[in-house]
Write a protein that binds this ligand. Structure first.
Ligand SMILES: Cc1cc2nc3c(=O)[nH]c(=O)nc-3n(C[C@H](O)[C@H](O)[C@H](O)COP(=O)(O)OP(=O)(O)OC[C@H]3O[C@@H](n4cnc5c(N)ncnc54)[C@H](O)[C@@H]3O)c2cc1C
Length: 756
């Protein structure tokens, strides 16, 4: 046996996405960091061992379109898309591994399980944690002033005597309408994934003798859609079981029974189901060996996040991250239950998570991130998705770095001055906190006069690229910045004379992207003759609701087809109405979030024209659409002549760095692992078409001097670019960003230029 002692600034236990994010962020901010992971790979439930795709605030068709997590999560997903357009688990693993390996201040200990905690004499702080490396006969003791428990099971907190909760609270305890009437001891279960492939020859499947279950058609009922099996499918997420056992100590039993479920299901599919002929040549290609856990312990912080918090739209003073995936609770009876496999209730807008939910109320130097944060069962059902967990990890990493710099404990970050510093540091890393703009004092971009080669104005929008029949209600979102809204004009085909009902709304619900019911500006019916390419004018003639999203609703009419355009600007988006759904109760609209056709929208014109894409937006402090597009967009161009954005100050000033935040289409879904590989293989794009590909940064002290090239990038595929100007001019009075090309879009689109 070998015994090693290590001293670090920060030790992170658990290498799921929350632990990876906490460790990488802290290391980048200068902390000597250890990431200790008990598996041979990183990524936790999203790893190649378990293969669940990461989702987040925007990922399900819902009420919030531009919600993709930026910051470290965006860096990771864009990198993965670039290297791994077919989103195969092996390449995703490489992307994750590269992320940690390139950090000089980060040491990763794989196959190492934290099993002991040494507390100080008072029992208030962790002094060290001890882990054993399987296969290396080695014990490690990690000493540090700060720790983070990202184990999912809250193992470190539990060993340290930190209080935690399990199961579901009663409705009365926190006034949560989605909680069960009575508290229950069980939560959500675990799952095992599988993939199958076509071997090209008939292959039998003999159910192993030790598999005690036998499934038949009646066992699945309406809520477990076995027909959703597809070639290369990543398995059925609803193969869920184990919630009735102890999710920590019964892990092996849960694994054993889940494996039996998988093989019994495959036996049914291959040997008795209606798909048996189709599947006769299919073999199991991969079966998970580690159960993915949804829920076990939740550590208690200084605040416990509840449904009431999340529904209130509160911007906590200590908000450090956000979420937006709906409440997604699963019954503990899992695959053997008769209830739906999930109840999904959607948010109208993103919510915030406060720092106080990310450190222990009792163990003073213990942070936590991931699914074991301080939340009720109902709140966990939305915060638990991986991109939200990753963001929580990023917030913890930055908070740990601030504690280390200031020699303080997590709770000592709460005074307003420190908190604002932490929030701005996170925003500087392109992290997003709902309701908090970037306003760092060091950024002088806001003091500049901003001009551009051209600015997009939303007026005529009639470049038809095809038609959609109005088989469902259709919602068209668009930005309005003028005081009045006079008309909207559509390009329609009608197969017979008909009337088309419409409504126009002047405001969104919260910070979301669906209309507030009480903001109706007008409604009516358009009389249409039979014909093609009819210009149909909707009279609004009203004071606009307020500067922000407005909405046109076209009611279902299968006699009408609406023309659509192929190059919609940010914030111009159409969504289909959805019929009432038993499980997705309050999901009314579905928007396109596929990389395959990202910029389709209705052909329409708005009068008066809307100057919503001005150059000044690039220094406004918002880096995604918040109520308005919030970005500079040029007019359409072929980039034969570069588009440019220029910042000019009255006096030249020393500039150390310039940060650029490009549009990367935050409404597109970028799961790093595809559930259905085939869908992605048919569109192996590896960048976002809107992203600026080729750009130059130019600077000079005054207009009398020639421009100097400060930086040039010819193959950019990232949203967040930081250019340090060590060799640049001592003083800059004028700064120009030249855009020479994108990855496909015919406009230059930039959220922010930050100058420090
Ligand atoms: C089957 C399933 C389907 C899901 N579907 C989705 C989905 O589609 N999209 C989505 O985004 N989310 C989904 N979720 C939720 C999401 O995967 C989890 O909530 C999320 O992974 C939690 O992240 P985490 O970092 O806290 O924990 P984990 O991903 O569980 O990572 C924790 C890591 O810590 C390690 N660890 C544990 N104990 C120790 C120890 N003592 N020492 C060292 N290391 C330790 C574990 O091995 C693990 O690798 C799903 C979850 C499950 C189980």
């Amino acid at each position: 046996m070998r015994y090693l002692e290590h001293q670090y600034d920060f030790v992170v236990a658990g290498g799921g996405i929350s632990g990876v994010a906490a460790a990488v962020t802290a290391a980048r901010l200068g902390l000597k960091t250890a990431l200790v992971q008990d598996r041979p790979v990183l990524g936790g439930v999203g790893s190649k061992e378990i293969q669940v795709p990461m989702v987040g605030a925007h990922s399900i068709d819902g009420n919030y379109a531009y919600g993709r997590e930026t910051g470290l999560m965006e860096e990771l997903l864009l990198e993965n898309l670039y290297r791994n357009p077919t989103r195969t688990p092996e390449y995703w693993d490489l992307t994750l591994t590269d992320l940690v390996k390139k950090e000089p201040d980060l040491d990763v200990y794989l196959n190492t399980s934290i099993v002991e905690v040494q507390m100080n004499a008072e029992g208030t702080r962790i002094e060290s944690v001890k882990g054993y490396t399987i296969g290396a006969e080695t014990w490690h003791t990690f000493h540090a002033p700060l720790f983070s428990d990202c184990t999912g099971d809250a193992t470190v907190g539990c060993l340290a005597g930190a209080p935690f909760r399990t199961g579901a609270e009663s409705r009365a305890e926190f006034g949560e309408s989605l909680a069960p009437e009575e508290a229950v001891a069980t939560g959500m279960g675990s799952s095992m994934q599988f993939r199958a492939k076509d071997a090209g020859v008939a292959v039998p499947f003999v159910k192993p003798q030790w598999v005690s279950f036998t499934f038949n058609e009646e066992d699945f009922g309406p809520y477990r859609p076995i027909q959703s099996f597809r070639r290369d499918h990543g398995g059925y997420w609803w193969i869920e079981w184990g919630a009735l056992y102890d999710p920590v100590h019964d892990t092996n039993r849960i694994k054993d029974e889940l494996l039996q479920v998988v093989y019994a299901m495959w036996d049914y599919l291959k040997n008795r189901s209606s798909m048996k002929d189709y599947l006769s040549t299919f073999v199991l290609d991969w079966v998970g060996t580690v159960p993915g856990k949804r829920e076990s312990r939740r550590l208690i912080g200084e605040h416990l996040l509840t449904q009431v918090d999340l529904d209130s739209g509160i911007v906590f003073p200590d908000a450090v991250a956000y979420g937006g995936w709906g409440y997604d609770d699963h019954p503990s009876t899992g695959i053997f239950g008769e209830k739906p496999t999930t109840y999904h209730v959607f948010h109208d807008a993103p919510y915030n998570v406060p720092l106080r939910c990310l450190y222990s109320v009792k163990v003073e130097n213990l942070f936590f991130a991931g699914r074991n944060i301080s939340a009720s069962h109902v709140a966990l059902s939305t915060t638990r998705v991986m991109l939200t967990c990753g963001q929580l990890g990023e917030a913890v990493g930055a908070a740990a770095a601030m504690c280390s710099r200031d020699g303080c404990l997590p709770k000592q970050l709460l005074p307003a001055g420190k908190l604002a510093g932490l929030q701005q540091q996170l925003l500087e890393r392109d992290h997003y906190i709902a309701g908090v703009p970037y306003a760092a004092a060091a950024n002088v971009a806001g003091q500049a006069q901003v001009t551009a080669s051209s600015e997009l104005v939303l007026g005529e929008w009639m470049d038809s690229a095809g038609v959609k029949r109005l088989d469902n209600d259709l919602l068209q979102m668009f930005p309005v910045v003028t005081e009045r809204l006079e008309t909207l004009t559509l390009l329609l085909d009608a197969s017979e004379a008909t009337e088309l009902a419409y409504e126009v709304y002047g405001r969104a619900k919260g910070d979301g992207n669906v209309p507030a019911e009480d903001s109706l500006l007008t409604s009516g019916r358009l009389a249409l003759d039979a014909g093609e390419r009819l210009l149909a004018e909707i009279p609004v003639a009203a004071a606009a609701g307020q500067a922000g999203w407005h909405f046109l609703v076209l009611k279902r009419n299968p006699a009408v087809c609406a023309h659509y355009a192929g190059s919609a600007p940010v914030g111009v988006k159409d969504m289909y109405g959805l019929p009432p759904h038993e499980i997705h109760a309050n999901r009314n609209w579905m928007f396109n979030r596929s990389l395959g056709s990202p910029y389709q929208t209705l052909c329409f014109a708005v009068s008066p024209a809307q100057p919503a894409y001005e150059a000044a937006n690039a220094v406004g402090g918002w880096d995604r659409p918040v109520g308005l597009p919030c970005l500079w967009s040029s007019q359409p161009t072929d980039f034969a002549v570069p588009e440019w954005l220029e910042l000019a100050w009255e006096q030249a000033r020393p500039v150390q760095e310039v940060q650029l935040l490009f549009d990367s289409s935050l409404d597109i879904n970028l799961n790093p692992i595809a559930y259905a590989g085939t869908a992605q293989e048919s569109d192996p794009r590896h960048t976002i078409p809107a992203l600026v590909r080729h750009y130059r940064l130019l600077g000079r002290a005054s207009a009398d001097e020639p421009w100097r090239v400060l930086a040039e990038e010819r193959n950019n595929y990232r949203r967040n670019r930081l250019h340090r100007l060590e060799d640049g001019p001592a003083a800059i009075g004028q700064l120009r960003l030249e855009v020479l090309g994108t990855h496909g879009l015919n406009r230059a689109q930039v959220y922010s230029v930050r100058v420090r």
